[in-house]
Design a protein around this ligand. Structure first.
Ligand SMILES: NC(=O)c1ccc[n+]([C@@H]2O[C@H](COP(=O)([O-])OP(=O)(O)OC[C@H]3O[C@@H](n4cnc5c(N)ncnc54)[C@H](OP(=O)(O)O)[C@@H]3O)[C@@H](O)[C@H]2O)c1
Length: 248
């Protein structure tokens, strides 16, 4: 996404924990003629995140487009339910996004322009068995953004919530569970950036899975619960983490 934005003329500011990975993305943005800066920060450390975003603003100017993308997905079923794992996901997926928004919103409001994009997930649509914690964090993010959207629209600021299905990234590469309609990253980036350019309020894809989950969302519990139980059985193991700890 950074590379594509750089090619389209955006100055790209990147923040995450691994400086080397950030530098490598920034180098490829620059190699294709773009402008990029990096500032490492752990999104769960508010002062560090604020400092990183301030550094990027100093180097590149005020933020017109924030993409709150950092996320962690740890599989968590009832038998291995862990408050610590849930806390970790909440702090990255939800609270981290909120601090990133806080760092750019006052300037957007003052200038009467900007766009906030949050990368949620189709997992937000319903509490998914085996991923209840992840679903909850993404539902929280989607709801946060929905609440902000109506307030910010009259101020000239668009809010876009992205609900992807399975995308081939380091997050999914080691998953052994069924990943229907798994999509390549380039295709996903094209869909996301097209919706962002149109300032859509939501970008749900792939459309077939989004349509299915929109339908699942309105099912009453007595219909949903047995389907969800079958979904859990369909996973090779409810205990396999969605994401290894090493990469976040
Ligand atoms: N892949 C999918 O199928 C899928 C589907 C729906 C939604 N999503 C969402 O898409 C977003 C991107 O995920 P991905 O699939 O690209 O997975 P990924 O390759 O694991 O990327 C996760 C990103 O989040 C950053 N991150 C993680 N913890 C962080 C922390 N504490 N502080 C700062 N940055 C942190 C990572 O950088 P560092 O490790 O360097 O910090 C990395 O850049 C996530 O929000 C994910 O939930 C993914």
């Amino acid at each position: 996404m950074a590379r594509q934005l750089g090619r389209s003329g955006w100055k790209v500011g990147l923040t995450a924990r691994r400086l080397e990975a950030l530098e490598s993305v920034a180098a490829s943005v620059r190699a294709s003629g773009g402008v990029a800066s990096v500032a490492e920060a752990d999104g769960t450390d508010p002062p560090a995140l604020r400092a990183a975003i301030a550094k990027l603003i100093e180097q590149l100017g005020p933020v017109d487009l924030l993409i709150a993308n950092a996320g962690v997905g740890l599989g968590m079923s009832a038998v291995d339910f862990s408050g610590d794992q849930f806390d970790q996901m909440v702090r990255v997926n939800l609270v981290g996004a909120a601090y990133a928004i806080e760092a750019v919103l006052p300037s957007m409001i003052e200038r009467g322009r900007g766009q906030i994009v949050g990368i949620s997930s189709l997992a937000a649509f319903r509490g998914l068995p085996g991923s209840c914690g992840y679903s909850a964090t993404k539902a929280g993010l989607s709801t946060l953004l929905e609440g902000l959207r109506s307030e910010l629209k009259p101020l000239g600021i668009a809010v876009t919530t992205v609900h992807p299905g399975y995308i081939r990234t380091p997050m999914t590469v080691n998953q052994t569970n069924f990943q229907p309609l798994l999509m390549d990253t380039d295709r996903a980036v094209a869909i996301i950036l097209r919706g962002v350019a149109r300032r859509q309020s939501r970008i749900d894809f792939p459309w077939r899975m989004a349509t299915f989950l929109r339908f699942v969302r309105i099912l009453p519990d007595w219909v949903y619960d047995p389907i969800a139980a079958r979904l859990l059985l369909g996973r090779k193991s409810a205990r396999i983490p969605i994401r290894s700890e090493s990469g976040g």
